[in-house]
Ligand binder design. Structure first.
Ligand code: HEC
Length: 170
């Protein structure tokens, strides 16, 4: 009997692993597998509710806290500026941010569909204050296990070029 029970458990564990996060609601008892599914990328179209993790939440109204209060992006991407931004990103940001996957910090791909350009600029230029005073930045830091976004001492011009580079990441 014991052997049968054990193989049933193993069978279901394998089944759950094979199905990834899809089965998590039905099989709430399997805490190990639930934990695993949390680290997987959630699906693309996530509803804008407070249960959505801060890194995936869409908040285009929030301009954040810092020196940038208004920034209008031209409809077309300035390729030369984006190129400069890419160089800065590679030197100063890549250690913690990978383009298309969560690393020490979130992936910047599609960030301007989730955040206002002002918020992104303030996060780059004024992260110490942002993670204390901006509710979204605060939650984001909690989501990343308390790892703070690092102030890399960029000028406004450099930060602006990084934002232009982020626009090329789709
Ligand atoms: C030492 C690691 C580290 C470095 C270097 C770093 N960051 Fe971050 N960054 C983080 C972490 C961790 C977070 C998420 C937690 C938080 O906000 O405190 C974050 C968050 C962000 C966010 C908000 C992302 C989102 O999805 O809302 C932006 C934008 C950002 N970083 C841009 C940059 C840029 C641009 C650079 C380079 C100039 C940079 N970071 C360098 C660690 C880093």
């Amino acid at each position: 009997m014991k052997i049968i029970n054990r193989s049933v458990v193993i069978f279901f564990s394998l089944l759950l692993m094979a199905c990834g996060g899809k089965e998590e609601k039905k099989k709430e008892g399997f805490s190990v597998n639930r934990e695993k599914s949390k680290t997987e990328k959630p699906a693309e179209a996530v509803p804008a509710t407070s249960t959505v993790p801060a890194s995936k939440r869409v908040d285009l109204e929030n301009k954040g806290v810092g020196p940038i209060t208004s920034l209008a992006l031209a409809p077309d991407i300035d390729e030369a500026l984006a190129k400069k931004g890419e160089e800065i990103y590679t030197q100063m940001c890549l250690a913690c941010h990978r383009v298309d996957k969560k690393f020490i910090g979130p992936a910047p791909t599609g960030i301007l569909e989730r955040r206002s350009p002002e918020w992104v600029m303030n996060m780059i230029l004024n992260p110490e204050v942002m993670v204390k005073e901006d509710p979204l930045a605060k939650e984001l830091m909690a989501e990343f296990n308390g790892a703070p976004m690092a102030n890399q001492g960029l000028t406004q011009e450099q930060a602006r070029s990084v934002v232009e580079f982020f626009r090329t990441l789709k």
